[in-house]
Design a protein around this ligand. Structure first.
Ligand SMILES: Cc1cc2nc3c(=O)[nH]c(=O)nc-3n(C[C@H](O)[C@H](O)[C@H](O)COP(=O)(O)OP(=O)(O)OC[C@H]3O[C@@H](n4cnc5c(N)ncnc54)[C@H](O)[C@@H]3O)c2cc1C
Length: 356
């Protein structure tokens, strides 16, 4: 092996990029590998007809002030308060994000209390930046220039370091050989590193270490999103809404800021729908019509609003099964599997490393 990297990252998601930048700034030899041709992991741009490119990554940043501060300073981001703030919508009643989080936290903590698992309570609070009981809810922030501002700053930061990237390259398996981790690519090429970081969505066949072989198992999650271009703004402003108790809609976001064009008269909405419903109805136009009825009935859009363009996009994500995650993390101190795909939770988990 002619070159051994200090750090090898599987995937070019934001957490890996920031960690790679930090390590490269410390003089380490760093390599990021991604099977996609675009840097950014889940953060990719798609074409929406003649309207140009639309960034489809992250639309909400979970609340954690320390993580916001870190991202703002490290990437020189212009973070602004989401207006209106994200909320859960159950029929006609709204519940702001922090209050819903408080309900969920109370439920989890009560469960641990009943079982007498006091240590689990402190672990839950330490790992979960949303575990709060606020009377006055916290303000969720987001980059003023949308996901594209974040993406551009990340890439700029990365290219200003010595970190290397290898795109359109798929790692099939990892094997620990003579104190190093070998990453075996689908082309047969072998790359070697002292330390490997993989994201929770890394898709590999197997990991071999000290005579143990783990054949990876995955659960798949499909995100099915209608992207709509409307001819006018929404009646009520909206940022991110989680829809509860609806047969097929589970979220609505105004993602106008993610469109890479200057046409300020257009509005871009994302409607997240359950895959199962689409399959059941087997008529995408019918589901779309029902989505529009929902938007009109809830007065998000006016009766006159026209849909100029609509596109159905499916994104399949594979997650390493939960039961295998601790097994992988226990294999070797130089093999790290990230525990979350939520951006802010991911930053929060790394803050100590990045700020000391
Ligand atoms: C449509 C969509 C919307 C989302 N919205 C939000 C949101 O609003 N808020 C939020 O916090 N999070 C959101 N997420 C989660 C999103 O995954 C995170 O924001 C962030 O991208 C997580 O980064 P990650 O490092 O876990 O990996 P990812 O971004 O999932 O990237 C992993 C990368 O690794 C590559 N890869 C995997 N296996 C291999 C291999 N064997 N060899 C080479 N490359 C490999 C993949 O091709 C991929 O590019 C969303 C995800 C999707 C898909």
């Amino acid at each position: 092996m002619d070159k051994v990297f200090d750090y090898l990252y599987i995937g070019t998601g934001p957490i890996n990029i920031i960690d790679a930048v930090k390590k490269a700034q410390q003089g380490k030899k760093v390599l990021l590998i991604d099977s996609k041709s675009q840097i950014g992991g889940a953060w990719v741009a798609i074409e929406v007809g003649a309207y140009g490119k639309l960034e489809i990554g992250c639309h909400i940043w979970s609340y954690n002030q320390a993580s916001y501060n870190f991202l703002r300073d490290f990437l020189n981001l212009n973070l602004v308060i989401l207006n209106p703030q994200p909320y859960f919508l159950n029929k006609r009643s709204r519940l702001i994000y922090d209050h819903k989080n408080a309900l969920l936290s109370t439920k989890t903590i009560a469960k641990h209390l009943i079982k007498g698992k006091f240590k689990s309570i402190s672990q839950f609070i330490a790992k979960n930046p949303s575990a709060r009981f606020p009377i006055i809810p916290k303000k969720y922030l987001y980059p003023k220039g949308g996901a594209r501002e974040f993406q551009n700053q990340l890439i700029q930061k990365l290219i200003n370091t010595s970190a290397e990237t290898k795109m359109s390259a798929k790692i099939d398996s990892l094997e620990k050989v003579q104190g190093h981790w070998n990453a075996i690519l689908s082309t047969g090429e072998i790359l070697s590193a002292k330390h490997v970081t993989m994201t929770a969505t890394s898709s590999l066949k197997q990991i071999i270490c000290s005579g143990k072989e783990i054949v990876l198992k995955y659960s798949k999650l499909n995100y099915t999103h209608f992207h709509l271009i409307l001819d006018q703004p929404t009646v009520k402003p909206l940022s991110y809404i989680r829809v509860l108790n609806h047969p097929f809609i589970h979220r609505i976001s105004d993602i106008t800021g993610q469109l890479d064009s200057n046409d300020t008269n257009k509005t871009v909405l994302l409607i997240g729908v359950f895959d199962t419903e689409l399959e059941k109805v087997n008529d995408n136009n019918k589901v779309l019509t029902n989505c529009l009825d929902y938007l009109r009935n809830n007065k998000f859009i006016s009766e006159q609003t026209k849909v100029e363009y609509s596109q159905l996009n499916k994104f399949e994500t594979t997650y390493i099964k939960r039961e295998q995650r601790s097994q992988i993390n226990a294999l070797d101190e130089n093999l790290e599997l990230l525990g979350t795909t939520d951006l802010i939770y991911g930053v929060h988990a790394k803050l100590k490393d990045w700020t000391t």
